[in-house]
Design a protein around this ligand. Structure first.
Ligand SMILES: Nc1nc2c(ncn2[C@@H]2O[C@H](COP(=O)(O)OP(=O)(O)OP(=O)(O)O)[C@@H](O)[C@H]2O)c(=O)[nH]1
Ligand SMILES: [Zn+2]
Length: 201
């Protein structure tokens, strides 16, 4: 699948004990005392938080796009401003922003539940990511599961690794897009989607 991350064939089950052990080591590594009151439960808390933040590693797009309806609608469907939280794979710190996800139903007029598009974003956002891959994975998954005539995904995000550390440029926004099918082939369809995304309609 285009843009698909190279993951382990079968990602192992989530290993709480291993994460707890590693977080304890990190605390020691930064010069902290992992046995002091405030930190004693931290390794277990981090493991629970990671189980949630990285739940997408154990999910497939089919888990998200569970509902497909037949509707007499072949025009564009776009859900914009879907809040997205992910974690950059370089520094394991968050990047967050909004995703806009659209598609044009196939000739059979098959559509999916609107919430399912947001769930699909989460399947890929809840993994160590780069924004570019997240964007194309959502577009490719939509194409392969729903088989629409086209798909468009635009993500606007701020990366905390550029804000709170490193180059320290708060406010810098990264915009990525992936267009498939008729959004790639027809400039007018793409322009219509972009004007809906930008609120110029
Ligand atoms: N293309 C892309 N780059 C990203 C993303 N998230 C973080 N990065 C970048 O990944 C790069 C990693 O660069 P390195 O030079 O290996 O790491 P570093 O020394 O911590 O880099 P600085 O962040 O510049 O301090 C940085 O330029 C980050 O801004 C992303 O989603 N997409
Ligand atoms: Zn980063």
């Amino acid at each position: 699948m285009e843009g698909e991350a190279k993951l382990l064939e079968e990602p192992p089950g989530f290993d709480h004990a291993r994460i707890e052990k590693a977080v304890r080591e990190i605390l020691i590594g930064i010069g902290e005392d992992p046995d002091r009151d405030g930190l004693r439960e931290t390794p277990a808390r981090v493991a629970r938080a990671y189980a949630e933040q990285f739940a997408g590693l154990r999910q497939t797009p089919e888990d998200a796009l569970t509902t497909v309806f037949d509707a007499d609608h072949e025009e564009m469907v776009l859900v914009k401003d879907i809040e997205v939280y992910s974690v950059c794979e370089h520094h394991l710190v968050p990047f967050h922003g909004v995703a806009h996800v659209g598609y044009t139903p196939n000739k059979k007029g098959q559509i999916t539940g609107l919430s399912k598009l947001a769930r699909l974003v989460d399947v890929y956002a809840r993994r160590p990511q780069v924004q570019e891959r997240l964007t194309s994975q959502v577009a490719d998954a939509l194409m392969s599961v729903l088989e629409p005539r086209g798909a468009i995904v635009v993500i606007e995000a701020e990366h905390l690794c550029m804000t709170m550390r490193g180059v320290r440029k708060p406010g810098a926004k990264t915009v990525t897009s992936a267009v498939r099918g008729d959004f790639r082939d027809h400039a007018e369809t793409r322009a219509e989607a972009m004007s809906l995304i930008l609120g110029r309609y």
